[in-house]
Design a protein around this ligand. Structure first.
Ligand code: GAR
Length: 202
């Protein structure tokens, strides 16, 4: 099996990027070849520098359409011969055309138990709703937001003593373990998709 080249797409702090970069270093058959960031000044850009990962900043506002924005991203991905895309806090919906190009090769992480609490504020929305259990979901990306077939999920109980901050901390800690595990399964070709079901080959 040839080495798999991963691109991480991120817009924010980059804690998942850092966790992935740490994990991937120990894998013999993969590396993070590129960070695609759409937000100038995002902390993830510094994390990429520190991890010696090449990064490109592609801002939506510099393009007249989403198609043109995605064409630029696709050109970067082609340059680096990217096999797998990992969305880690990339707060933008990818077009059906882009998703088709990388069919079953794009993963996303969401800080709630999908299909509950989709969107940008999964942790806060679950906390405010008063659910007793939330969690983390890693899934394949399709053309709808936080929607594709689910690979791994882990429940996180919400305690009566929790504040939003303590809950965020626990959810992020789970994310940083769960996401590398899911990405490794894809890299090792251990995921079989049938409709909405993802089978993990042991
Ligand atoms: C993560 O909690 C991730 O689950 C979330 O953005 C955060 C990024 O944090 N993604 C979504 O909400 C997707 N709908 P990070 O920049 O520290 O990795």
């Amino acid at each position: 099996m040839k080495d798999k080249k991963i691109a991480v797409f991120a817009s924010g702090k980059g804690s998942n990027f850092a966790a992935l970069a740490g994990a991937v270093k120990k894998w013999p058959k993969a590396d993070i070849a590129l960070l695609v960031c759409d937000t100038p000044g995002a902390a993830v850009l510094n994390k990429a520098k520190r991890a010696a990962v090449k990064s490109v900043l592609v801002e939506r506002k510099n393009f007249s359409s989403r198609a043109a924005f995605e064409r630029k991203i696709t050109a970067h991905l082609k340059n680096e011969k990217i096999d797998v895309i990992v969305l880690a806090g990339f707060m933008r919906l990818l077009s059906p055309l882009f998703v088709r190009k990388f069919k079953n090769r794009i993963l996303n992480i969401h800080p709630a138990l999908l299909p509950a609490f989709k969107g940008e504020h999964g942790i806060r929305d679950a906390f405010d709703y008063g659910v007793k259990t939330s969690g983390v979901t890693v899934h394949f990306v399709d053309e709808k937001m936080d929607h594709g077939p689910i690979i791994l999920q882990q429940a996180v109980p919400i305690r009566e003593t929790d504040t939003l901050e303590t809950l965020e901390k626990r959810i992020h800690a789970i994310e940083h373990r769960l996401y590398p595990n899911a990405v490794k399964l894809l890299i090792d070709e251990k995921l079989k998709i049938t409709g909405r079901k993802v089978l993990i080959l042991r």
